[in-house]
Design a protein around this ligand. Structure first.
Ligand code: GLP
Length: 259
């Protein structure tokens, strides 16, 4: 079972996850982080700014989950730009060590394989940060994605395009296709940390954590992982049947055990 940690605010979640990441980097200076975009991981990156200040992060490596296809990497809403702006620059990471799937149309046919090879060459992802879409997608693995899927091109659902339209001038500017790590790729990371905040994510979180394993709810794949941590605020936890048990378990957790 995934460990569910219910916190009082996104800031508290950010601090908790950032502490885990700092410990990881302290134990391994070239740790491989799995980076996610979207608004949800921002408190983690925010907390990391303070916690990593003064540490040598020059060896830290990273792999983003996904990218739009056909978007210019210099577009402010390409995930390459977002990762650069929200993670690489503020944390002082080496841009050469931070990878984002290549969404260029000219090379898209082998971009998935190339990305898988790069992750493998790095020895795999140590800690993968995840958000979750309102339809239960993780990365850009929309409903119907195979649990064994690898990095590949997907067609975004209308729902996801509508959800992400706020970052663009209009929904027509939101790309139709993306390249995303597969569910099988994500499941190979050594530790999954899925964050979700707000009422709008409550159904997706409950279905992912406590519902049946189903391709209809790609986030349910986390149930297959031996070390998955779900960090949610009260609103996002509001539909979890076992919320009291999760609180009890976390409150009684041995101090030596991280998340
Ligand atoms: C996008 C990203 C996902 C992210 C999701 C939720 O679709 N590809 O990785 O989890 O949005 O975004 P937010 O965190 O802004 O709710």
């Amino acid at each position: 079972m995934a460990e569910v940690v219910i916190v009082e605010s996104p800031e508290a979640a950010g601090a908790l996850v950032a502490t885990e990441i700092v410990e990881l980097i302290d134990s391994r200076s070239d740790a491989v982080l799995g980076l996610a975009t979207g608004s949800t991981p921002l408190p983690v990156y925010q907390a990391l700014r303070a916690k990593l200040a003064g540490r040598d992060v020059s060896q830290v490596r990273g792999f983003a989950l996904d990218e739009y296809v056909g978007i210019d990497p210099s577009h402010p809403e390409s995930y390459r730009s977002v990762i650069t702006r929200e993670v690489v620059e503020p944390l002082g990471l080496d841009p050469e060590r931070i990878h984002v799937p290549n969404g260029a149309e000219a090379t898209i046919q082998h971009a998935g394989e190339d990305y898988e090879a790069a992750i493998e060459a790095a020895g795999g992802v140590d800690l993968q940060i995840l958000g979750i879409g309102t339809d239960g997608h993780i990365g850009f693995n929309e409903p119907g994605s195979s649990f064994a899927s690898r990095t590949r091109v997907k067609t975004l659902t209308e729902q996801t395009r509508e959800d992400n339209a706020r970052f663009f001038d209009s929904i027509d500017d939101v790309p139709m296709h993306c390249i995303t790590q597969g569910l099988g790729t994500i499941l190979r990371a050594r530790h999954l940390v899925l964050l979700a905040f707000g009422e709008g994510k409550a159904d997706a979180v409950a279905a992912a954590v406590e519902g049946p394993l189903t391709a209809l709810l790609p986030g349910s794949a986390i149930q297959l992982h031996p070390h998955a941590t779900i960090v949610v605020d009260e609103a996002a936890a509001s539909r979890l049947q076992l919320a009291d048990y999760y609180r009890y378990t976390f409150a009684n957790k041995p101090a030596w055990q991280g998340i």
